[in-house]
Design a binder for this molecule. Structure first.
Ligand SMILES: Cc1cc2nc3c(=O)[nH]c(=O)nc-3n(C[C@H](O)[C@H](O)[C@H](O)COP(=O)(O)OP(=O)(O)OC[C@H]3O[C@@H](n4cnc5c(N)ncnc54)[C@H](O)[C@@H]3O)c2cc1C
Length: 230
């Protein structure tokens, strides 16, 4: 839905954000016809209640961190962290690092690790679309005028010109086009920040991990198998 012409370009000054609060619950009070939102104040520790006529939920789609239960993970002696805890590759410079997952977080982390000199491998389990920001922008512009399937074909052709065949690095593309996939499933594409265009030769790509077998106290052996997906 487009913004009305009367909408201001920037958020008005009379919006006062309330920081350090975590929403615990929200319920609609039918008799009062109001939303009642309960929050935990992370500074004072108090529970607060806010009442409003409208409620807009913008808590994002990737808020909950998740580490899958990979066999051998509990006995692995190296450091295991979720991407949300990653700050930068400073302390990983001389290490072998396996990045599990090739979404935006995984690809950006792999790129950063590589820049810090880490021996980086990335697990790409499923086919992914990778485009740079310019191609995404171009596609989004043409979506206003051309059918989604045509835009997908055009963007695919341009990305092939840009990256060549990513299959040579073990990266496969989904059968459905980038924009159709987003429309039908909500799945996002990977925005290339340099992982593909700059570092593909330096970063090893694995298909899937099924287990981790410790080989020395800081290392791992990565067992890959195309048919087993955890
Ligand atoms: C590594 C990475 C790189 C990306 N790169 C790009 C890019 O280059 N370009 C691009 O367009 N998009 C990029 N994206 C996607 C983009 O970040 C998201 O699409 C965008 O941030 C979504 O915005 P949002 O406001 O919906 O959610 P978010 O940015 O996720 O914001 C949700 C907010 O809600 C808060 N929240 C959640 N639960 C509660 C609660 N109970 N109480 C209070 N607060 C809560 C969270 O703390 C968070 O601040 C990237 C994503 C990732 C992970």
């Amino acid at each position: 839905m487009p913004f009305p012409l009367s909408a201001p370009t920037f958020v008005q000054k009379y919006v006062y954000p309330l920081y350090q609060r975590s929403v615990e619950s929200a319920r609609y009070d039918k008799s009062a016809q109001k939303w009642v939102v309960t929050t935990q104040n992370n500074v004072s520790g108090f529970v607060e209640e806010y009442v409003s006529e409208f409620l807009v939920v913008v808590t994002g789609e990737n808020s909950e961190g998740f580490i899958p239960n990979v066999y051998g993970l509990d006995t692995f002696k190296g450091l295991v962290i979720h991407s949300s805890e990653y700050e930068n590759g400073k302390t990983f410079g001389d290490k072998d690092v396996l990045v599990v997952g090739a979404g935006n977080s995984g690809m950006e982390i792999a790129y950063d690790l590589c820049n810090w000199g880490a021996q980086t491998s990335v697990v790409v389990r499923s086919p992914i679309h990778v485009l740079n920001k310019e191609l995404v922008q171009l596609g989004m512009y043409f979506l206003k005028y051309i059918r989604c399937t045509f835009v997908d074909k055009m963007v695919l052709m341009l990305s092939k010109l840009l990256y060549g065949d990513l299959g040579r690095f073990g990266i496969q593309r989904p059968l459905k086009g980038r924009f159709l996939l987003k429309k039908e499933t909500g799945r996002s594409l990977v925005i290339d920040v340099g992982t593909i265009s700059v570092k593909t030769g330096d970063i090893k790509v694995n298909i899937v991990i099924t287990s981790l077998i410790p080989v020395r106290w800081t290392g791992y052996a990565n067992v890959t198998n195309k048919d087993n997906i955890y």
